[in-house]
Design a protein around this ligand. Structure first.
Ligand code: KG4
Ligand code: ZN
Length: 345
């Protein structure tokens, strides 16, 4: 019997502040190299102009390293996948132009990838600790720019069920952290600090909102008012209670996320429950989701850390799925700053 030929996909991610390039052989990650931009931490958030400049500096060395680590040459690559949106336009343009140049020079086909679909398709990677979910599944995508509940019907069919009407969960972490004087990006700092705190010490309420929607702008304001009030009574309130504040604030965000996951899973009768995106690296979210999964009888899937935050491998994995459907894109497609999952190019 003839062996089916392996497919090598190059994945290029540059939608925000990480320049990341990966080579995948089918659904196996051979390399996943990321240059994170430290420059933004002193501004307390991503500065778009600086981000696109840093992508320009990083993209060639990251590309060289990704091929080298995979032990693959450009000649062996079958197709070039790149993030076409959503994201910061100046950042997207760098990855998109690089992908198009490579495609022209090497005569390899292009695959324009939706970043939010790619976060979801991180679940298709070979050797993920939780294995690969079967379709259909419910995916909670939680990143710095988006919070979405998506019914994933197949590797190419996505139905957006609901999303945040204002801030994303990652933004709530980052803005809350900034208020507490923690460095950017604040999500990992809150996660770490919260480990020693009491999640039930303070209450940060989440507003009641439409059936499948989220809202996170209120919680950061309630944190701000709470800190202003307490700091008037004790000017050292934040430093003396930082662990409990972080744990309670994190508890508020995670409870809001899981409440909607549970409601949606029940309503849509789905029991394969997945989480992805940068906030899926959060240890309290992971623990709480696994506990809830046991109670509900769900199969829970959490990607490995390297596939949670922005990375080139998820772009290559999404590219592999598009390659299998011959869903190639053309050189004239311009990147999109907004692009919902499930909507065609
Ligand atoms: O998916 P991602 O890398 O980029 C976007 O597409 O936005 O997500 C970045 C977000 C940031 O808001 C960051 O603070 C958050 O993911 N994040 C975390 C953790 N690690 C990253 N939030 C909470 N806990 C973490 N451990
Ligand atoms: Zn992302």
């Amino acid at each position: 019997m003839n062996k089916v030929a392996d497919i090598y996909i190059l994945g290029i991610e540059s939608s925000c502040d990480d320049t990341s390039i990966s080579v995948c052989r089918n659904n196996e990650v051979l390399s996943n190299i990321t240059a994170s931009q430290k420059i933004h931490s002193k501004y307390g958030g991503v500065v778009p102009e600086l981000a696109s400049r840093a992508h320009q500096e990083n993209i060639v060395p990251v590309y060289d390293e990704a091929l080298k680590e995979a032990g693959v040459t450009l000649e062996q690559i079958n197709a070039i996948a790149y993030t076409h949106g959503p994201g910061l336009l100046g950042s997207l343009l760098v990855g998109c132009s690089f992908a198009k140049s490579l495609s022209i020079a090497s005569k390899k086909p292009l695959l324009a990838i939706n970043h939010m679909e790619a976060h979801i398709l991180a679940h298709t990677a070979k050797n993920n600790p939780d294995g690969n979910p079967t379709y259909p599944y419910l995916n909670l995508t939680v990143s710095g720019g988006h919070t979405q509940l998506v019914k994933v019907k197949s590797a190419t069919e996505f139905e957006l069920i609901g999303e945040s009407i204002d801030d994303a969960a990652g933004e709530a972490f980052d803005k809350g952290a900034k208020t507490l004087g923690l460095p950017y990006p604040g999500g990992p700092h809150i996660d770490k600090t919260a480990k020693k705190g009491d999640p039930l010490k303070y209450t940060f309420p989440i507003p009641k909102i439409g059936e499948y929607e989220f809202s996170f702008s209120g919680i950061k304001t309630s944190l701000l008012y709470f800190l202003q009030k307490e700091s008037k009574k004790n000017e050292n309130f934040i430093t003396e209670n930082l662990e409990d504040i972080c744990a309670s604030y994190q508890h508020g965000i995670v409870s809001a996320l899981l409440k909607k996951v549970e409601y949606t899973a029940d309503k849509l009768m789905l029991d394969n429950i997945c989480v992805s995106g940068g906030v899926s690296a959060n240890s309290y979210l992971n623990e709480s989701l696994r506990k809830l999964g046991v109670k509900k009888g769900w199969n829970v899937f959490i990607p490995p850390l390297s596939l949670c935050t922005d990375n080139g491998a998820m772009i290559a994995l999404a590219g592999y799925q598009k390659y299998l459907c011959n869903s190639f894109s053309t050189i004239d497609a311009a990147p999109k700053s907004r692009w919902k999952p499930g909507v065609s190019l």
